[in-house]
Design a protein around this ligand. Structure first.
Ligand SMILES: [Zn+2]
Ligand SMILES: [Zn+2]
Ligand SMILES: [Zn+2]
Length: 771
């Protein structure tokens, strides 16, 4: 080794290191052990509740190399948030050992998210000579379940749902051999000692056949039947994605008319047969998070349209457990893989509940005896203009944290989140822990799910909230939920302010003033109306509303949201008066237009809304693209789908609109759209013109706001920004005009991200009170 000259006495030094962050369950201890062996370092390594504690003693140069390697070449899945070292007197260690985990007082050690099966394990399950051949629970130090099986920290087998499986001798040998790739793999399992699968029918009777469970499942799928499959974070409902009839049956039984189904493809090449993938999209599909990636279908794509009606895109993911790999390496290269729940209820995770809740949807069940501790839906991402947008942040990402700017001694804050697409957020020091996808919380099951997930999250992170922040909508269930959680203080947060703050925090911004273009469906405004097309300025401490879309009554409130034609009638009656009524009668002949018009005129059960989503709904219904929303945002999504791509270069004169006293009046837009429609202009041209008009309005409002305030940073938040046309075009135009445009990438732009904004706003209210 360099610098060694035989007889010299070398200086021996000793260091104690504390490494915090995601350092457990990621192969950190074997990495340290092997590194110490290679460099002749003596001492020890252990997992404590605080993080990884290393004692390292050796010659000065070796220690230096050791520290350098630790920092620079840490295991792929590790995420170091804090690194402390102190030098101590040498104490004469003789060897390097891995010590038994010690619980710490402060739970600083972070649990890694679940990791998709690694290539080595995949190879083993297809190798008839290997003892893991065809074994659906094969995993190693670099892959397998984590968050979904853990009850408590530190992350060790007795604290997971693997505790009930007695490890066999062979697994025990691999587990304790520091050079083995399963060294300290907590969920280690083999056919001899690990969990087992079984196939049962709707009556709960186990089916045993000579050819085994895998071929039995293939036979079931070949017959066009629906199989409920127990996966990593819950049950999936699966069927042959190429069997149009089977897909239709699944839709009917699940009560899901048109909402797109996710599909799992055998491998990347398979996905590329049906969809186009950019480099970034391919990376995401193959990543250890293995999310569903929304991809553009090839024009030659022969998969049934029933998978994603009226859409040019399809959500694809790759197998992320050995069970998936095995299922997809037979007669099927694509399987529908949709969440196992009925309508808006939480994902089913228990075997008994699967039978009781899914027996009318699934024909058979492929289940197993490893308990799912934490429910976790698949994550959903899309790449727009080369940048990743996360629509649902769940499996593979949770419980990873987002670092944010705040005082590290500030109190622990909980953001309860929104009403739909719920996800809560716990803010601890400078780390924002966003929960897995909770979904809708206005049912008993939904509320139960939120409380159970919150209690598990608190245990894993080792905190209790001191302040609880929640949406200011008085009718929201989330407000009632928030007040049931014990805390020293409660903070009500305006919905669109939370969106603005969420996007700022997503970009790790300090408390500086920005322009926020917040576009979504619905959020409660301080004036008692439903906001949703908002040009704000503000920061974490407060906001000011500069511009908004003109209010329109929503006849029947939620009913209007479900039936966009009602909103269209309201737009016509409000902005085009008598002319509008004539149009409405022509367009919606078979609907009860007169009742809706009366409701609008009298303001009966018709809350006022400036929601951007509602304008999209109205235009979608007026052009005949979508009259009914069978899933959230359907009309707006289908309208966006038919727009010609921005790069196709079509440029139209925007539809006329008017801006008066901070209000955008869309009457001209509605009227001109109808003129176009009645003179035979195709829907895709109308949609493109409408989108371009929206871009025009947004850019004009930004320029007006910037001219008065001098602000040049713009944040874009709210569910409408999932519209890829709008996002691309606005970003490009504003950037070209010298603005710094900040969008979401780590947290969802939709209501799944508002909890992050809630905690940041509550944090600043606290901070300002302290001054
Ligand atoms: Zn592996
Ligand atoms: Zn075993
Ligand atoms: Zn929102």
């Amino acid at each position: 080794m360099a610098g060694k000259t035989g007889s010299e006495t070398k200086k021996i030094t000793r260091y104690r290191l504390l490494i915090k962050g995601v350092v457990q369950g990621v192969g950190f201890r074997p990495f340290v052990y092997n590194l110490a062996l290679a460099l002749g370092i003596k001492g020890s390594v252990l997992n404590s509740g605080e993080g990884l504690v290393i004692e390292a003693e050796g010659e000065e140069q070796d220690i230096r190399n050791f520290l350098k390697e630790l920092k620079e070449n840490a295991p792929r899945l590790a995420k170091i948030s804090n690194y402390q070292e102190i030098e101590l007197h040498p104490c004469g260690y003789r060897s390097f050992v891995i010590l038994k985990s010690a619980p710490g007082n402060d739970k600083e050690a972070l649990i890694p998210p679940d990791v998709a099966t690694c290539p080595e394990c995949t190879k083993e399950i297809f190798d008839p000579q290997d003892r893991h051949y065809q074994y659906p629970f094969t995993n190693c130090t670099n892959c397998g379940p984590r968050f979904t099986v853990i009850n408590e920290v530190p992350y060790d087998r007795p604290k997971t749902s693997m505790a009930v499986f007695r490890i066999c001798d062979e697994c025990a040998r691999e587990y304790s051999d520091p050079v083995d790739r399963r060294f300290h793999a907590q969920p280690i399992a083999c056919p001899k000692c690990g969990p087992r699968v079984e196939v049962i029918n709707r009556q709960g009777v186990r089916i045993d056949v000579l050819k085994g469970w895998l071929e039995l499942c293939w036979d079931i799928l070949k017959e066009g039947k629906i199989l409920a499959l127990k996966g990593l974070g819950g049950f999936h409902l699966i069927c042959n994605a190429k069997n149009n009839e089977a897909v239709k049956v699944l839709r009917r039984r699940k009560g899901r008319d048109a909402k797109p189904f996710a599909v799992m493809g055998r491998d990347l090449e398979t996905v590329q047969k049906y969809c186009l993938t950019s480099q970034r999209e391919a990376e995401l599909l193959c990543s250890s998070q293995a999310p569903i990636v929304i991809l553009r279908k090839r024009t030659s794509c022969m998969l049934p349209g029933e998978l994603a009606p009226n859409l040019k895109t399809l959500g694809f993911m790759l197998p992320y457990t050995p069970l998936h790999h095995l299922l997809l390496n037979g007669p099927f290269d694509v399987l529908v893989m949709t969440s196992g729940n009925y309508s808006s209820l939480p994902l089913v995770k228990e075997n008994s509940r699967a039978l009781s809740e899914l027996h009318e949807i699934a024909d058979f069940f492929l289940t197993h005896d490893r308990e799912i501790v934490n429910r976790c839906d698949d994550s959903l991402v899309r790449v727009i203009d080369g940048e990743e947008q996360i629509y649902r942040r769940s499996r593979g990402y949770v419980p990873g944290y987002l670092s944010v700017r705040r005082e590290s001694k500030a109190p622990v804050i909980l953001g309860v989140g929104g009403e739909m697409k719920n996800s809560f957020c716990l803010l601890k020091k400078e780390q924002a822990f966003m929960s897995q996808y909770i979904g809708e919380i206005d049912s008993m099951e939904g509320e139960e799910n939120l409380f159970a997930s919150l209690s598990n999250f608190q245990k894993l992170i080792g905190v209790k909230p001191e302040i609880v922040a929640y949406d200011s909508h008085p009718g929201y269930h989330s407000a009632q939920v928030a007040l049931k959680i014990y805390a020293a203080a409660y903070e009500q947060i305006q919905h669109h302010h939370a969106h603005l703050a969420s996007c700022m925090a997503d970009n790790e911004m300090d408390n500086e003033e920005v322009i926020g273009i917040i576009l979504d469906g619905t959020g409660y405004g301080p004036d008692g109306n439903l906001w949703g097309f908002e040009v704000l300025t503000g920061n974490y401490s407060g906001f000011k509303r500069w511009y908004h879309l003109a209010y329109v009554p929503l006849p029947g409130g939620d009913m209007a949201i479900r039936h966009p034609w009602r909103t269209a009638v309201a737009y016509l009656a409000t902005f085009l008066q008598e002319r509008g009524k004539k149009y409405a009668a022509m367009l919606f002949k078979d609907k009860k237009v007169d009742i809706i018009e009366k409701m609008v005129a009298r303001g009966f059960n018709s809350p006022l809304s400036s929601g951007c989503g509602r304008l999209f709904d109205a235009v979608s219904a007026l052009t005949g693209i979508c009259l009914e929303n069978t899933y959230e945002g359907q009309a707006a999504i289908e309208l966006g789908e038919v727009a010609l791509e921005p790069e196709e270069g079509f440029c139209f004169q925007p539809y006329p609109y008017e801006i008066r006293d901070g209000i955008v009046f869309p009457g001209g837009i509605i009227e001109e759209i109808l003129k176009d429609k009645f003179s035979g202009v195709p829907a895709e041209i109308i949609s493109t013109k409408f989108h371009q008009t929206m871009v025009h309005i947004i850019v004009e409002l930004t320029e007006r706001t910037a001219a008065v305030t001098g602000l040049k940073k713009v944040v874009l938040s709210g569910g409408t920004w999932q519209n890829s046309y709008l996002l691309q075009a606005v970003k490009r135009l504003l950037k070209a005009r010298g603005y710094q445009v900040l969008t979401h990438s780590r947290a969802p732009a939709n209501d799944g991200g508002i909890a992050l904004g809630q905690v940041m706003i509550a944090n600043w209210r606290w901070q300002e009170k302290c001054v």
